[in-house]
Ligand binder design. Structure first.
Ligand code: FE
Length: 212
């Protein structure tokens, strides 16, 4: 076995070890939540609301800013296409589980969808915490076998003529979908454009301008 190969294996296991620690952290959080709830110190619904906010609002806001910049600035879009890790880092979005990024651009001909079939690799730096369904076996297996059917369940029906490309994330490479810019948004600021970009649009289970 070459030294390179050994390093690669090591990195992979290290990252997946990280996922295990994340689960351990979730267990600790759950235990803490139980104690606080039993003592009447906190309403579990309040915790759910905070987690929900991080999953759908605060985390994905970073990615939405990347997309809005790409829509507004062709040279940034080109940089994002050729070296997503550097382009994203230039906006200040770096860190664990976001080290090696690739941006995949939707076009009138092709729609992109991201999954991690092996576990739950996800671009934390641009999307925050992964949604529960992203980690679910049903999504991980069916996104590859029947992407069109999965998208329909998300309420996204694409024309039969549109090709769907599925990208399987790994610990080494994580994907960000750059959705198509919606019609009629020519005069909008980057800030307003970012408001049109949902988390699901950057995973590929939605399109921009449609909620959620
Ligand atoms: Fe994974």
């Amino acid at each position: 076995m070459s030294a390179d190969h050994h390093d690669h294996d090591h990195d992979h296991h290290h990252e997946h070890g990280h996922d295990n620690r994340y689960s351990d952290m979730q267990a600790r959080v759950k235990a803490l939540e139980t104690v606080l709830t039993e003592k009447g110190l906190i309403d579990p619904k309040a915790i759910d609301a905070i987690v929900e906010t991080y999953e759908t609002k605060i985390g994905p806001r970073n990615g939405a800013r990347v997309v809005a910049r790409a829509w507004s600035d062709p040279s940034f879009a080109e940089w994002l296409r050729t070296d997503a890790t550097a382009a994203i880092a230039s906006l200040g979005f770096t860190g664990r589980q976001g080290e090696h990024m690739r941006a995949v651009f939707n076009t009138p001909e092709t729609h992109n969808l991201v999954v991690c079939t092996l576990c739950s690799c996800y671009p934390w730096a641009v999307l925050g915490l992964p949604p529960v369904w992203y980690k679910a076996p049903a999504y991980r297996s069916r996104a590859v076998i029947d992407p069109r059917g999965v998208l329909a369940e998300f309420g996204l029906t694409l024309p039969e003529t549109k090709k769907i490309r599925v990208w399987d994330s790994t610990a080494e490479l994580r994907y960000l979908v750059v959705p198509e810019r919606p019609e009629g948004t020519d005069g909008l600021t980057e800030e307003a454009l970012a408001d049109l970009v949902s988390r699901d649009a950057m995973i590929g289970t939605a399109v921009a301008g449609a909620q959620p």
